[in-house]
Ligand binder design. Structure first.
Ligand SMILES: [Zn+2]
Length: 72
């Protein structure tokens, strides 16, 4: 599933592939490199909030851990 995300900062449309229709996690605009926390529900973008680099790193760590956990 590929969800389209419009960057609130530069209005560039990007996309993110999702395993599940509901997702909450980090997203980085490919054009302006701005970081956001996005939330999707039933393949629809529900929220997109600015995110600090520190918080982005923390959230990515969580995603990595979750992926690892699913494999085992
Ligand atoms: Zn952008």
């Amino acid at each position: 599933m590929l969800i389209k995300i419009k960057c609130p900062k530069c209005e560039t449309e990007g996309s993110l592939s999702l395993v599940e229709s509901s997702y909450q996690g980090p997203y980085r605009c490919w054009k302006c490199r701005e970081l956001f926390t996005i939330k999707t529900l039933n393949d629809e973008l529900k929220s997109c909030k600015p995110l600090s680099q520190e918080e982005f790193d923390r959230q990515q760590e969580i995603e990595v851990l979750k992926a690892k956990f699913k494999q085992h």
